[in-house]
Design a protein around this ligand. Structure first.
Ligand SMILES: Nc1nc2c(ncn2[C@@H]2O[C@H](COP(=O)(O)OP(=O)(O)OP(=O)(O)O)[C@@H](O)[C@H]2O)c(=O)[nH]1
Length: 482
């Protein structure tokens, strides 16, 4: 397996740390927000809707109870019953008045003596104990409490589902003499549900104790049982077996979570169900999550870009530092050797000449001794500058060590190298180094051409010998082999 460079490994590590960090905080904040939202819906929003609807229902139910109570205590009603139900039109008129005045759907009275069922248009029927549709009357006649609320189809109104307030009538001695009351349709409640559904984007409906859907905001909705419905069917038993406190239940439908709050409404004998699919509410949280991820990705890219840029910069700075001679800013010996190695390998592949010039400042010790080390350093810097300026840009100029320099001339014959060496010698010899007593610095040079198969050591040995020869010949001169 190829080794991954350290720099790439570092960048990978930074990327993994950033992505890991960002991902974990984004996911954690998403989960916290989602749970808080879910918790808010379950523990407060949905129960609150249930509470509101329940209190509105109670409010709506109180008025008919009050009207029914007044009817049951009306002296005309009681006197009319006790007088033997003489003129039914009188009672029908009374019932019609109540109905119109209070805007109820129907009004009725059943006499305990004659078993006649009166309504606003006259006598509807005679109730019979064996008729299941009249069972309500016999239940009310026997019940201990004064009134009840009952939901039944209205016989007088094409069997429309109606909430009846059944109020018992007693004579002045407290004897039971009949049942009266009013019926209100479920339309008011349906409007209530529609209103809440539109306002809160929640589904609100009633089911009876057998699980059958009794009333929804939408009139057309099928009256199926929740026991048979997909999703809610799983929790239907739990809902229908609970009649005390409001209860929160969740179920999933089409891979989405539905949050549900249910409460039993004793006045109706129905369960009020408020449910909400959390997906719509979660959308802003999901959008925020996606936005977080986008920002994280951008920040990660930016950090990686800055890190790559800084690493590259500091790396190239270190590389330059490692290759450069601190005093003269020329290449150092180590870097020069690398260039020479490369040129040698190229030489074997391509037919071209590579030459070298070894340069030494004459009597440099004297410069140091006479003018001090600082002046000596300045001379080194100036000689380096002269070499750099005079050589071609393709030539490699380096400080070989101490007061010695070397130039590698690519694609350059010995003759051309000799020419350059001579030019260098003259440039230095004529340069004003601004030393006291008009002291003139000179250089000696040895010129060699790199031979095929020659080692670096051999190459430098030959150059060194020529330089030595130049020194021996009186300095300030160039020596090249034959
Ligand atoms: N100021 C300064 N002096 C240096 C530096 N490096 C080497 N030298 C000095 O350069 C001098 C070289 O002296 P030698 O090798 O005796 O040669 P030379 O005096 O130049 O005499 P020839 O080479 O025979 O002409 C020594 O005194 C070193 O201390 C440097 O970086 N700065």
């Amino acid at each position: 397996m190829p080794r991954i460079p350290k720099r790439i490994r570092l960048l990978l590590l930074v990327a993994i740390l950033l992505i890991g960090g960002f991902l974990s905080t984004s996911i954690a904040s998403y989960v916290v927000s989602r749970d808080a939202l879910r918790e808010g819906l379950i523990s407060s929003a949905l129960p609150l809707t249930g509470d509101n609807i329940y209190s509105e229902i109670q409010k709506d139910m109180l008025r008919p109870v009050f009207i029914s109570s007044q009817m049951a205590h009306d002296t005309f009603v009681r006197d009319w019953l006790l007088a033997g139900e003489q003129d039914p039109t009188q009672l029908s008129r009374f019932l019609r008045e109540v109905k119109i005045k209070n805007g109820t759907f129907s009004s009725f009275l059943v006499s305990a003596k004659t078993m006649r069922y009166y309504h606003s248009d006259g006598i509807l029927k005679t109730v019979a104990e064996d008729d299941s549709r009249d069972a309500w009357y016999f239940r009310v006649a026997k019940m201990p409490q004064e009134f009840e609320t009952n939901v039944d189809p209205d016989l007088a109104n094409r069997d429309k589902m109606t909430i009846f307030i059944n109020y018992k009538i007693f004579d002045y001695e407290g004897q039971f003499i009949g049942v009266t009351g009013v019926g209100i349709t479920l339309d008011t409640m349906r409007h209530l549900l529609q209103n809440y559904e539109a306002r809160f984007q929640r589904r609100i409906y009633f089911v009876n104790q057998a699980g059958q859907v009794m009333l929804t905001g939408d009139d057309q909705q099928a009256r199926t049982s929740i026991l048979q419905q997909e999703g809610i069917g799983e929790v239907a038993h739990k809902i229908l077996n609970h009649q005390t406190e409001p209860m929160a239940v969740t179920y999933s439908l089409n891979e989405q979570l539905v949050l549900l709050n249910t409460r039993f409404i004793p006045e109706l004998g129905w369960y009020l169900i408020v449910e909400q699919n959390e997906t719509a509410d979660l959308r802003p949280v999901q959008t925020m999550f996606q936005f977080n991820l986008l920002i994280s990705a951008l920040v990660t890219l930016l950090v990686l870009f800055i890190a790559t840029y800084s690493i590259n910069r500091s790396q190239s700075y270190l590389e330059t530092l490692a290759k450069t001679d601190g005093l003269t800013r020329l290449l150092n010996r180590h870097a020069f050797e690398a260039v020479l190695t490369q040129k040698r390998s190229e030489l074997t592949r391509r037919q071209r000449s590579v030459s070298g010039i070894l340069i030494d400042i004459d009597f440099f010790k004297q410069v140091n001794d006479q003018f001090g080390h600082t002046a000596g350093d300045e001379v080194l810097r100036q000689v380096a500058n002269l070499l750099r300026k005079t050589a071609r840009s393709s030539d490699t100029v380096a400080r070989w060590g101490g007061e010695e320099f070397v130039i590698l001339l690519d694609d350059c014959s010995k003759a051309m190298a000799l020419e350059l060496a001579e030019r260098l010698r003259k440039v230095v010899a004529h340069f004003d180094f601004s030393l006291p007593d008009s002291y003139q610095v000179t250089i000696s040079l040895g010129v060699v051409e790199l031979l095929q198969g020659e080692t670096e050591v051999e190459f430098f040995q030959r150059a060194d010998q020529l330089l030595y020869a130049a020194k021996s010949s009186g300095r300030n001169c160039v020596m090249a082999d034959l």
